[in-house]
Write a protein that binds this ligand. Structure first.
Ligand SMILES: [Zn+2]
Length: 55
């Protein structure tokens, strides 16, 4: 099982969400908690779910 580190709180998770919270082409991977927090950002965009247990 693979893990990634959340770009915002640095917790290690097996499921992360690819999101944008700033304008431009920068995508970050965030955990479930942080994903819920950044959903209110005006530039929030969701780009898919990454699952470490599917690789
Ligand atoms: Zn996080």
């Amino acid at each position: 099982m693979k893990t990634k580190v959340c770009a915002l709180c640095t917790i290690e998770e097996t499921t992360l969400y690819r999101v944008q919270i700033t304008k431009g082409k920068t995508w970050i991977f965030v955990c479930t908690d942080c994903c819920n927090k950044v959903k209110v950002e005006p530039n929030y965009r969701y780009g898919g779910t990454w699952k470490g247990d599917r690789h």
